[in-house]
Ligand binder design. Structure first.
Ligand code: NAP
Ligand code: GCO
Length: 266
């Protein structure tokens, strides 16, 4: 095997959902650096315009689309527009996601449903939209961005954990149902990563000390640090490339060792 060719994404079209910033932006940058043509989406024009500027600063000619991934008609239009602009999607990264940190007994049904809609149902919607072209080409990669909460629970994240647990099983089911089309579906399970989504968990206290949750994660992580979106770039290229053609239905945890570690004694 030519190992450099195996990791190359030259000529491939990658759609990374919710890649205006955060983990999605880093993954899109990595796929672009490996040769892929990049399409991304978010919900608002302002985030889109800022993201296009940031991609351009990195020399990436990304195509941005306004699309709410929970809306099947918007997704269908986005996938059709990408096909017209760049070609059929070869690599899909279902990254878009939100979290609501509310004690379950205080969470409304609508709040629960909104998290599940974006973090789980949308992966079904977008995957369903790109599968027909992948099936026709008999080649495709779908990467679902799971979470520690695909394996573990904690206070206040019931909807998020339910969605991410479901996303783990959706990943395994897509892998099972479409492996015969040479389509591989895997997950990436990031640990605790420093992005806008986790900013509230890292805010300095009034006295300048670390947020208690920040200290907790440092103690729970063998690497004794939060992850950076850059830590996900290599794993994403691996799972998007031919190098992982016999990896299917796997959740690759990129967590600094959290899931392996009981945690440092206080
Ligand atoms: P983030 O900084 O909050 O970014 C989330 C992205 O998703 C934004 O670009 C947002 O764009 C987009 N988005 C949200 N809802 C959307 C919708 N309905 N339609 C289209 N785009 C939507 O989050 P992040 O930390 O980068 O996380 C990215 C993914 O990694 C999420 O699935 C998250 O659950 C997962 N994850 C994060 C961590 C972590 O520690 N940060 C760890 C494990 C897993 P707009 O709001 O502009 O639309
Ligand atoms: C939380 C965090 C986590 C991370 C991530 C961990 O409140 O516990 O937001 O859920 O986002 O999913 O893998």
């Amino acid at each position: 095997m030519d190992i450099n060719k195996a990791f190359s994404l030259e000529g491939r079209v990658a759609l990374v959902t919710g890649a205006a910033y955060g983990i999605g932006f880093a993954i899109a940058e990595a796929l672009a650096n490996a040769g892929a043509k990049i399409a991304f989406n978010c919900r608002g024009q302002q985030h889109l315009d800022t993201a296009l500027e940031e991609y351009a600063k990195k020399g990436i000619d990304a195509r941005g689309y306004i699309c709410d991934v929970t809306k099947e008609d918007e997704v269908a239009k986005m996938v059709a527009d990408i096909k017209k602009d760049l070609g059929p999607v070869d690599i899909l990264v279902n990254n878009a996601g939100i979290i609501k940190r509310i004690p379950m007994h205080e969470m409304t049904v609508d709040e629960f449903r909104q998290v599940v809609d974006i973090d789980l149902n949308a992966a079904f919607i977008v995957s369903k939209a790109v599968l027909p072209d992948m099936m026709e080409k008999k080649k495709g990669k779908i990467i679902n961005i799971c979470s520690m909460m695909s394996e573990l629970g904690r206070e206040t994240v019931s909807a998020y954990a339910a969605a991410k647990g479901g996303l783990k099983m959706l990943t395994k089911n897509i892998a099972s149902e479409y492996g015969e089309y040479n389509i591989q579906c895997n997950g990436i399970g990031p640990g605790y990563i420093a992005t806008p989504q986790t900013a509230p968990l890292r805010e300095r206290q009034a006295d300048g000390s670390r947020h208690p949750f920040d200290s907790f994660i440092i103690a729970k992580t063998p690497a004794a640090r939060w992850g950076d979106p850059e830590d996900l770039m290599g794993p994403a290229v691996f799972l998007a490339s031919d190098a992982s053609d016999f990896v299917n239905g796997h959740i690759l945890y990129v967590d600094g060792g959290i899931l392996a570690y009981i945690g440092k004694q206080p």
